[in-house]
Design a protein around this ligand. Structure first.
Ligand code: PGA
Length: 259
């Protein structure tokens, strides 16, 4: 049984002071989450403060990207050991905003995935097609290419430690989420690929999250799909009560089972 996972991606939002307020409210609202794991990914500048606030509790800390080397002359970059030092356990990699705005390639993302694993961070590899690609019937081709490249060179033992996130680009920040059926279809396809790349057992163990306009109103329908193991939440993770509701609804057994 895969434990559902909900990750809040705060993107480029919030001063340190604002991040502390948000993290504090989430911590209070989710003191003992049951049947679900929770991660928040503040901007780099707020990682230390949020990490201190969440230390020792059930909510884990993640970063939004990292460099693929441990140190070196890379102005403006942040290395995996720096994240580990601040208490990060997860790192988002290959988010479509970084693929598009920064031009991150599949090959670079793969280096980051391997670096994250080498330093004990759980990589959350994001894949997803654009609206054009979906229209042209290229959804599976696109996500397959991203997945194969992103996981290239990983041993089965490493693959099982990764988290995957299916985030259709057309659903991110648009308010238009993929339907449960659309998402489940792609998740099933991705799981089949993991079975091919690693093993059937590993494919059954790997968590595949859905991301793209997840909110309190649609999360239950999404996670009701056997293939959908939780959510990567952007905009709706910036509102503490809303995010708490999403987490509760995503927990195994639904909102009644935790607190
Ligand atoms: P959204 O973003 O929830 O605001 O659509 C999701 C993401 O980019 O991870």
């Amino acid at each position: 049984m895969r434990t559902p996972l909900v990750i809040g991606n705060w993107k480029m939002h919030g001063t340190v002071a604002e991040a502390k307020v948000l993290a504090g409210a989430i911590r209070e609202g989710l003191r003992r989450p049951r049947g679900v794991q929770v991660v928040v990914c503040p901007p780099f500048t707020a990682l230390a403060a949020v990490g201190e606030l969440l230390a020792g509790g059930p909510i884990l800390l993640g970063a939004q990207t990292c460099h693929h080397e441990a140190a070196g002359p890379h102005t403006g970059e942040i290395a995996p050991p720096m994240l580990v030092e601040l208490g990060c356990r997860y790192v988002l990699l290959g988010h479509s905003e970084r693929r598009k705005e920064i031009g991150e390639s599949d090959e670079l993302i793969n280096r980051k995935v391997r670096a994250a694993l080498a330093h004990g961070l759980t990589p959350v590899l994001c894949v997803g097609e654009t609206a054009d690609e979906r229209r042209q019937g290229l959804t599976f081709t696109t996500v397959e290419g991203q997945l194969r490249a992103g996981l290239a060179g990983l041993t089965p033992d490493q693959t099982v430690k990764a988290v995957l996130a299916y985030e259709p680009v057309w659903a991110i920040g648009t308010g238009v989420n993929a339907t449960s059926g659309q998402a489940a279809e792609v998740h099933g396809y991705l799981r089949g690929l993991v079975a091919e790349l690693a093993s059937k057992d590993i494919a059954q163990a790997v968590r595949i999250l859905y991301g793209g306009s997840v909110k309190a109103e649609n999360v239950e329908g999404l996670v009701a799909e056997a293939e959908i193991d939780g959510a990567l939440v952007g905009g709706a993770s910036l509102n503490a009560p809303g995010f708490i509701t999403i987490v509760k609804k995503a927990a195994r057994g639904g909102a009644a089972s935790k607190e």
